[in-house]
Design a binder for this molecule. Sequence first.
Ligand code: UDP
Ligand code: MG
Length: 320
Amino acid sequence: MDPELSVVVPMYDEEAVLPMFFERMHPLLDSLGLPYELLVVDDGSRDSTAALLLEAAKDWPQLRVIRLLRNSGHQAAQSAGFRSARGQYVVTIDADLQDPPETIAEFLHVMRERDLDVVYGVRSDRSSDSWPKRTTARLYYRLMCRLVGKQIPFDAGDFRMVSRRVVDAVNALPEDGRVFRLVIPWLGFPSAEVTYIRAERAAGSTKYNLTKMTRLAFDSVTAFSAAPLRLATWLGLLGGLMSALFVVGALVIKLTGRGVPGWTSTVLAVSVIGAIQLLCLGLLGEYVARLFQSSQRRPQFLVGYDSLEDQKRAEPVATR
Ligand code: UDP
Ligand code: MG
């Protein structure tokens, strides 16, 4: 029987936390009362994670293991999970027990009760995170709300449940380097939030080093905004304005006879050509931005409701 619930867990070098993770996850998933699969995506771990997973899968038929050939990052591992998940409901959760697995039962309840497509896990309390992490996270969410729109739930990471409709919509996006926590709210499916308290990592150390965090921030910005590419345009305009002032100043100095020979023409050449170059770079940036956006091939809209489908569903009843 196909599973109704898929729990996707990206894992990278998580041998320290794995036994605890299984100990908490196993009874919980068994108690939910629906066919499930626990889909672990091993993101090219170098420690004994893979061996532990295969060992555990021997007497846990619902445990499914996918191994990526090399470490491809948390978001890529989620992509792999989305592609392979078979359930009608798909949860993504970290392996380190920072997101309490018990919340999955609540997600499921809210999702079914209110017939939603997305339920976000929102952290009600970040005190278990360090000060730099909290501050950078706040900055990140502020910036993202501005870029993507107000529908970004504040402080929602990658702990969430989505429906099959969402999984299919995300899988249909051809873009690379998708940032799930932005793309899913951007799609705009009906959603709700469930708050939970984020615990400390149960064992092991963070797998998100500074490089990976910076990369996520860069991916997030560039996926939703061409603003960095427009920087050259703005600098060029600023440079143009400044060079106009320079030119006037240089001419005044020349005409009053206080200039050194050759200085005026040098200033003129440097400032004008600099501004022209920046403007041209900005112009190139505009075209690159358009190419990039069209390569993402995001749908312009998604239909949430069509009355014809309601009619079709009602027809057998009407002819009875
Ligand atoms: N992870 C991954 N690939 C990576 C880095 C992290 O699959 O390259 C997984 C990791 O095993 C964990 C989740 O992503 O299940 C979140 O990582 P972590 O808890 O280390 O991040 P933090 O909570 O410190 O931001
Ligand atoms: Mg963590």
